[in-house]
Design a protein around this ligand. Structure first.
Ligand SMILES: Cc1cc2nc3c(=O)[nH]c(=O)nc-3n(C[C@H](O)[C@H](O)[C@H](O)COP(=O)(O)OP(=O)(O)OC[C@H]3O[C@@H](n4cnc5c(N)ncnc54)[C@H](O)[C@@H]3O)c2cc1C
Length: 416
């Protein structure tokens, strides 16, 4: 796979009046790229369709809506549907455990606490559980970041509360959707349910270029866990960190601050660090620039050349080098962390009137994939345009909520 550019690689194509955005194999800047990758839970055996709540009318296999995924985006879609009065919703996820966010409990947020609070208070359905869900933010400065662990707790509390108290409107299924079939104006799930609309909020996972023989890959998720690193690296290691995104800087900082610091830490980067800039009422490079405490650290330690002067980190610019040339450089490391974006998880097989949809494209202004099928969250992010005309893909809890409120309510008008 060719190295993708540091900007979102996008292919904009028009079909009728709608703007379709086909995400290319990688979207790097900001560490949030997309490419197909196997879903880690895809090896769940068989069809584990475990219905854990029934709706008030008893077992039914017809629902108005199915929401696939219970990460922050799935929860934003679900709560919006509840807020607009949708009364029969099937919510599906194998884990119901705050999605991928639950992996990042040791990561400092790049968004302010007040945006997590806003995620809850904006939705009346979520706001009912605000006292419990937001309690952990009481001692936090709303204008600063916090540990993502607090946001994980928030999403889990909200999810558990809905599962417990909204079962008359939401039936939860701990399962994995493998296939969606559109026929006779309805969507049919492989588990047998029939629905009018499907919202996919199926998330993404870190992407990788290639592995290099003799160089051990360190999973990005582990590199983002300071408590795990001392068991993974040793003082005799030369560890490479590929990328200059938020995730790359987090991994770099974790290595530098690790109590077992490798003898060599090398950062391979293609473009200079980019920082988000707070303007009057908006943020320049909101989704692509570094933000929060990692940005402060990178500005002080990396950009000033401090860490290089102290011979703790070596930075090597690989701009213009082919992937093969970069692989050659990586061979000098004993271990490698690739922080090169995020990839859309494998989607369920989608079959429309007997024909499989091979290239899943979506409208980045409203999430539409096909009739009655929509995509949300990091797998199908909204495209935003800032006052300077820069286009970005918007990822973050509050952005998912704002976008869901703008668009899901319109889609739901088509429900009978
Ligand atoms: C390092 C890092 C730092 C971040 N920091 C912040 C921050 O400070 N603030 C912020 O707001 N955001 C932050 N984010 C972004 C944000 O939290 C994540 O991108 C978010 O978890 C994505 O949410 P999602 O719901 O789209 O997907 P996910 O969280 O990936 O959830 C997808 C869910 O779908 C389920 N699923 C997938 N396929 C199927 C299927 N076929 N059937 C059933 N279920 C399925 C999965 O089990 C999973 O639960 C950060 C992200 C990263 C990587």
């Amino acid at each position: 796979m060719a190295i993708a550019s540091t900007r979102a690689k996008e292919l904009l194509c028009s079909r009728g009046s709608s703007l379709l955005w086909r995400l290319s194999s990688s979207w790097l800047r900001g560490g949030l790229g997309m490419a197909r990758e196997e879903f880690p839970g895809a090896n769940c055996t068989g069809r584990r369709m475990e219905t854990i709540h029934s709706d008030a009318s008893g077992a039914s296999d017809h629902f108005k809506v199915a929401v696939v995924g219970a990460g922050p985006a799935g929860l934003a879609v679900l709560s919006t549907l509840l807020d607009v009065g949708t009364d029969s919703i099937l919510w599906i996820d194998p884990h119901f455990n705050a999605g991928r966010l639950s992996t990042y409990t040791e990561v400092p947020s790049n968004t302010k606490v007040k945006l997590f609070q806003q995620y809850v208070t904006t939705s009346p359905s979520l706001n009912r559980y605000a006292s419990q869900a937001l309690a952990q933010f009481d001692s936090q400065d709303p204008d600063r970041g916090c540990s993502l662990g607090l946001a994980v707790r928030m999403v889990k509390t909200l999810t558990d509360s809905i599962r417990q108290h909204d079962m008359n409107r939401v039936r939860c299924s701990e399962s994995f959707v493998k296939e969606l079939r559109f026929q006779d104006g309805k969507w049919h799930l492989d588990s047998g349910e029939v629905v009018d609309q499907v919202y996919l909020a199926t998330g993404s996972a870190p992407s990788k270029y290639r592995s290099v023989k003799g160089v051990q890959d360190i999973d990005l998720d582990l590199a983002l866990k300071p408590s795990a690193l001392p068991d993974i690296v040793s003082e005799s290691d030369s560890v490479g960190v590929v990328g200059s995104s938020h995730s790359a800087m987090l991994a770099l900082r974790n290595l530098v601050e690790c109590k077992v610091r490798p003898k060599k830490i090398i950062n391979f980067y293609r473009s200079p660090l980019l920082y988000a800039q707070y303007m009057d009422n908006w943020i320049l490079y909101d989704n692509t620039g570094l933000k929060g405490e990692v940005a402060e650290w990178a500005k002080e330690e990396v950009d000033t050349g401090n860490l290089e002067a102290k011979e703790i980190v070596t930075r090597i610019c690989v701009k213009g080098r082919s992937l093969d040339e970069q692989l050659e450089l990586w061979r000098g490391c004993s271990k490698l962390i690739q922080a090169v974006g995020f990839s859309r998880n494998a989607l369920p097989k989608i079959v429309i009137n007997g024909e499989e949809l091979m290239n899943v494209e979506y409208d980045p202004l409203n999430g539409r994939i096909a009739d009655g099928l929509f995509g949300y969250g990091i797998a199908f992010p909204e495209q935003t345009t800032d006052p300077r005309g820069n286009r970005e893909l918007a990822v973050g809890l509050w952005k998912f909520m704002r976008y869901a409120r703008e668009t899901v309510s319109k889609h739901s008008l088509h429900l009978s």
